[in-house]
Design a protein around this ligand. Sequence first.
Ligand SMILES: N[C@@H](CCC(=O)N[C@@H](CS)C(=O)NCC(=O)O)C(=O)O
Length: 215
Amino acid sequence: MTPMITAFERSPDRGRGLARDMRVRWAFEEVGQPYDVRLVSFAEMKEPAHRMLHPFGQIPTYEEGDLSLFESGAIVSHIAQRHAGLLPDDANARSRAVAWMFAALNTLEPPIVEREMARLLERDKSWYEERLALLEDRVRVRLGELSNRLGDADWLDGAFSAGDLLMVTVLRRLSSWSELANYPNLPAYVARGEARPAYQRAFDAQLAVFTAGRR
Ligand SMILES: N[C@@H](CCC(=O)N[C@@H](CS)C(=O)NCC(=O)O)C(=O)O
């Protein structure tokens, strides 16, 4: 049975691969699993039918047979556990890769998204500049720590894993901020991820949704 995921009918990022279906598409492409996509509008995401799949009324969701999942990390984890290619065979190495998946979503993504949200929603507040400086410092701390750990390695722990897949998608959220360039191994790391053929197929597929919707 072909798994079905949901994605934005009209992605606010105009198909730049920042919506979280991108990481799920990339995981499918890495393991060679075909998938179908159901596009949903913002209104549909808040309808009871969609909330049965996703309690928070968001994308992406995953359906296969009688299994339905939400949370991009849980979906990538499911794909990585069902197929070879995204998690090492060695039990300890596998657990370390899972640790990097959590690090991407729990330690890096929150301050990055917090900064994004402030820029989107709080610009008119009297305290905006002060708060933004604080949020940006928090992101810088994490980038410095990640950069130190990555050093001159290609990937976070040996071979490319689901941990790298999630970390690259999280770091890509910073692409419109020049800060990443201050940690030169990080843009290079992101570029290595983006150069993977599986990434490119996933990117093209989600961009095609946006381009088709413009006609
Ligand atoms: N933690 C969730 C976040 C999901 C999320 O924020 N999805 C966004 C798209 S990237 C969304 O559906 N936004 C629309 C909304 O919240 O109304 C995950 O990783 O799947």
